[in-house]
Design a protein around this ligand. Structure first.
Ligand SMILES: [Zn+2]
Ligand SMILES: [Zn+2]
Length: 165
């Protein structure tokens, strides 16, 4: 499993070279997926009242599942580009996963990150099927529907979306 793709953490350390670090970890190149890229999470901590990092990740999961926003569509159409790559974001990894958290691994000690959503999608559909759904709606999705996101009000009933996985 040495070449299992991982979520890795970007660093501001002087001399940090993402591709070099990534290749040294498991021989895979890295893709930066932070907010400076089209892969970034449009949802941020605190953008709504009591909106946590976990909420932001679940909201992102929901956005990809909805597949109605252009940015989400772009992601789902290009997600195959993330196959067999380490995915790099700034979100904190725990000590046990300091050298990367294998995609698909759930860890309560690592900070929530939208890379985990990418991991779920890539592992469930091997990233080849652009109609793939990134999982079922959580309670956060329910709460989100009370919010207006980028001018779009979520109207779908969560009860109708539970059968997709
Ligand atoms: Zn961890
Ligand atoms: Zn992140």
């Amino acid at each position: 499993m040495a070449d299992q793709p991982r979520r890795i953490q970007l660093r501001r350390t002087k001399g940090f070279n993402l591709q070099r670090e990534s290749l040294a970890l498991n021989g895979l190149p890295a893709v930066k997926v932070d907010r400076s890229t089209q892969w970034g999470n449009v949802y941020r901590v605190g953008m709504y009242k009591n909106f946590t990092a976990a909420d932001a990740v679940e909201a992102f999961r929901y956005r990809l599942k909805e597949n109605i926003h252009l940015d989400a569509r772009w992601i789902m159409e290009h997600i195959h580009e993330l196959r067999k790559k380490n995915l790099a974001c700034w979100c904190r990894l725990c000590q046990a996963h300091a050298s990367g958290k294998p995609l698909g691994v759930v860890c309560p000690d690592c900070a929530p990150c939208h890379v985990d959503v990418y991991g779920d999608i890539l592992l469930s559909a091997i990233g080849s099927d652009t109609s793939a759904t990134p999982g079922t709606l959580s309670n956060t999705g329910l709460r989100l529907m009370a919010n207006s996101v980028n001018g779009t009000v979520f109207v779908r009933c969560a009860g109708n979306s539970g059968s997709s996985r």
